[in-house]
Design a protein around this ligand. Structure first.
Ligand code: SAM
Length: 404
């Protein structure tokens, strides 16, 4: 019928109108291939890995929501060190397309088509013997319904990849819906993309905690119309006690939009040292903003610990396969991410700060120098061109602007 042939990466697939395919997600797929190549190499500890062939002891991947099978076929042909990929979809038409595309791309040895409800399939793979090294969730909109089963289907030290495209909900247009879906209240804020990432991360962590597990985000990014997180999942009930110190409520002033983070808990370790990424701020003593005396809105809880692992990010930058169409974009975004201040959640937007004070916007480089000269650190966030991440207290930022 109305079939179209799509070439992306090393795959060539046939797409018809009744199965989902989105060309804009090529960057998402390219990035995932780059990340999984690094993960597979860590996992296999061998340099003699090839793509397109079955490696005994290689990684086992579940693509739970596969549609055309494009992603799984690309994983088979472009990731070195794979033992098996299960390409699953609930739709009969989708699974028929997956079978045809797997055959046409000659990856039958690596990719197995599966027609199941992803949730049931992941629950059935919760035992140690059956868990996957990698589970990839790429749903329409909100991924939260899949998280409870997904966090159980990943092996200890394995990787969970999650896309969310319901940005309106995550970015504060509907805080109530955000709470019911993600267990956190979103805020309408200029740093909504990073807030969205941190809401999704806290949601994954809370699901993992129910099973004595916890997450380590290795890479979190916002791009185009979606967010994507890559988190390692570990087992360790005693480490779950640290979760409260990795989560914070966010107070945002209704007047000057200054935000303050308030950790849900600060846990001392056995040697009585505080956890590494303790946040410097406490809750506002009263609900009035100290800078402009307006009231606050309360959002969260959000993940306030690091959202990337810089060593991992650097490996992805240096090892990103050169054949990818979006390799330049991957390297560009990851270089910014590598420089992000990990212990400074959220960010200001320069023109918004000056707008609030009715001043003309100072040049970015000069403003950043002023922060550095005052003795504080500053970086960009990859999610916004004019973002300012800093450990300077808000008072310092307002003072610098007023004296401009
Ligand atoms: N990962 C694909 C890619 O990169 O091209 C796109 C996946 S598409 C956004 C979402 C797919 O999830 C659809 O094909 C839909 O049929 C499938 N789906 C929705 N609910 C499901 C469920 N409960 N179990 C399995 N598949 C499901």
């Amino acid at each position: 019928t109305d079939q179209q042939t799509i070439n992306e990466g090393r795959a060539s697939i046939k797409v018809s109108g009744n199965v989902f395919y989105n060309p804009v997600q090529e960057f998402n797929r390219d990035l995932s291939i780059s990340v999984l190549n690094v993960f597979a190499r860590e996992h296999c500890k061998s340099d003699k890995l090839e793509a397109g062939v079955k490696h005994e002891g290689g990684i086992r991947i579940l693509e739970a929501l596969s549609a055309t099978g494009l992603r799984s076929i690309r994983y088979a042909k472009e990731i070195c060190g794979v033992s098996e990929i299960v390409a699953n979809d609930i739709s009969r038409n989708a699974v028929a397309a997956i079978r045809d595309n797997v055959r046409d791309n000659q990856v039958e040895e690596l990719v197995v088509a599966s027609e199941n409800d992803a949730i049931m399939l992941m629950y059935e793979h919760h035992s140690k013997e059956q868990q996957f090294d990698v589970v990839d969730l790429d749903p329409y909109g909100c991924p939260s319904r899949f998280l409870d089963s997904a966090v159980q289907a990943v092996c200890d030290g394995g990787l969970l990849l999650v896309t969310a495209t319901d940005m309106a909900v995550l970015a504060g247009n509907s805080p109530e819906t955000c709470y019911s879906k993600y267990g956190a209240i979103s805020l309408r804020t200029k740093c909504c993309y990073e807030m969205a990432l941190r809401i999704l991360l806290q949601c994954i962590e809370s699901h993992a905690n129910r099973y004595g597990r916890y997450i380590e985000p290795v890479l979190s990014l916002s791009a185009d119309f979606y967010i994507r997180v890559f988190v390692k999942i570990y087992t360790g009930a005693h480490k779950c006690k640290f979760s409260t110190s990795k989560l914070s409520m966010v107070y945002q002033c209704n007047g000057c939009e200054t935000f303050t983070l308030s950790p849900l808990g600060v846990l001392k370790t056995a040697d009585n040292k505080q956890v590494k990424f303790k946040l410097p701020t406490g809750p506002p003593v009263n609900s009035q903003c100290e800078h402009c005396q307006h009231s606050h809105l309360l959002g969260g809880p959000i993940w306030s610990a690091p959202i990337h692992n810089p060593d991992f990010v650097q490996k992805v930058v240096t090892e990103a396969p050169v054949h990818l169409n979006t390799v330049r974009r991957i390297q560009g975004v990851l270089n910014v991410i590598f420089e992000e201040l990990l212990d400074c959640p959220l960010y200001f937007i320069l023109e918004r700060l000056s707008g609030i004070l009715h001043l003309t916007t100072p040049p970015m480089m000069e403003f950043r120098s002023a922060i550095l000269n005052a003795g504080y650190r500053v970086s960009f966030s990859h999610s916004h061109k004019t973002s300012i991440k800093t450990d300077a207290p808000p008072k310092v930022i307002w003072d610098i602007l007023r004296c401009w």
